[in-house]
Design a binder for this molecule. Structure first.
Ligand code: G3H
Ligand code: 13P
Ligand code: ZN
Length: 310
């Protein structure tokens, strides 16, 4: 099956009360770990590439690795998505360069500029058979090395105007999730604004909603990282039961990156600490890839509910 857009995936996810996982890819082991899990679980998947990933691994390498995964995983509907494209040019470059979906993230702009560029991206994307995600509101946390403590929750009163004027295909909203491994302070009760999600979905019937910053920061990884020489005090994520609840609603895409980073780092740190004589990268990248696969398998079945939906 060739790369697909998210249109059909989201329609089925919306109707079926589950979400599709959008996992960030930066190297071959990550692509393999995610897609092998999806092939085994017969799950659709979105592989997403950030500006930082393109700078690190190179656009062409990433596209070719994803094309290899498409070939190796014949049962998996796979979309290749630009994560957090912050201007028209990067969106255009990914549309021209083989992506099937792009996010234009205008959350750093004022409302009218966000509308203007999102519309421009949607027009260009649609003319090339590509779909577009946009964002309203702004997540707290770390984005492009800039960190902010302040949630700017999505204003439900803006969503109909935004979607109608821009023509985008899905919308990321801010309801209290945040990027990175430190989403809540120790002792703070994790909370998401499900009331905003409900209000938005009432105003946009059958419209796919996206949750960014949705890693759960599994504590077994944090413990392992800290046990084997790491220093990640108080890393806390979104409780899985909240994500399960979101997946049953209008949320059709759930973004996960930090959990991949944690799975890999925990596995490699353990390997280095317990097998200090090893120096062949394959020796420690193999368990790292397996850790990504195990983590993704768990998400597909227990959090997203998209196993068996390919
Ligand atoms: O939302 C951001 C993603 O986790 C990508 O992170 O820009 O460091 O690749 P990155
Ligand atoms: P996490 O940092 O919670 O994994 O969020 C990833 C994300 O939103 C990518 O766009
Ligand atoms: Zn994000």
């Amino acid at each position: 099956m060739p790369l697909v857009t998210t249109t059909e995936m989201f329609k089925k996810a919306y109707e079926g009360g589950y979400a599709v996982g959008a996992f960030n890819v930066n190297n071959m082991e990550i692509v393999q770990g995610i897609t092998e899990a999806c092939q085994e679980q017969k799950a659709p998947v979105i592989l997403q590439v950030s500006k930082g990933a393109r700078a690190y691994a190179n656009h062409t390498y990433l596209v070719k690795m994803v094309e290899a995964a498409v070939q190796e995983c014949p049962d998996v509907p796979m979309a290749l998505h630009l994560d957090h494209g912050d201007d028209f040019e990067i969106c255009k470059s990914c549309i021209d360069g083989g992506f099937t979906s792009v996010m234009f993230d205008g959350s750093h702009m004022d409302y009218e500029d966000n509308v203007k560029v999102a519309k421009q991206v949607a027009e260009y994307a649609h003319a090339h058979g590509v779909v577009v995600e946009a964002e309203l509101g702004r997540l707290a946390g770390v984005e492009d090395d800039v960190s902010s403590d302040e949630h700017q929750y999505t204003d439900p009163a803006q969503v109909e105007d935004f979607v109608t004027r821009t023509g985008v295909d899905s919308l990321a909203i801010a309801i209290g999730t945040s990027h990175g491994a430190y989403k809540f302070k120790p002792g703070q009760k994790p909370q998401l604004r499900f009331d905003i999600l409900e209000d938005v979905s009432r105003r946009l019937p059958n419209f796919p909603i996206v949750l960014h910053g949705a890693s759960s920061v599994p504590q077994e990884f944090v413990k392992k990282v800290n046990e084997f020489g790491g220093k990640m005090p108080d890393a806390i994520g979104i409780p899985e039961e909240m994500l399960r609840e979101a997946a049953k609603s209008a949320v059709c895409k759930i973004n996960i990156d930090s959990d991949i980073r944690l799975a890999i780092t925990a596995a490699i740190r353990e390997h280095f600490a317990t097998k200090p004589a090893d120096f062949d990268p394959r020796q420690y990248l193999k368990p790292a890839r397996q850790a990504v696969k195990d983590m993704v398998t768990h998400k597909l079945i227990n959090v997203l509910g998209c196993n068996g939906k390919a």
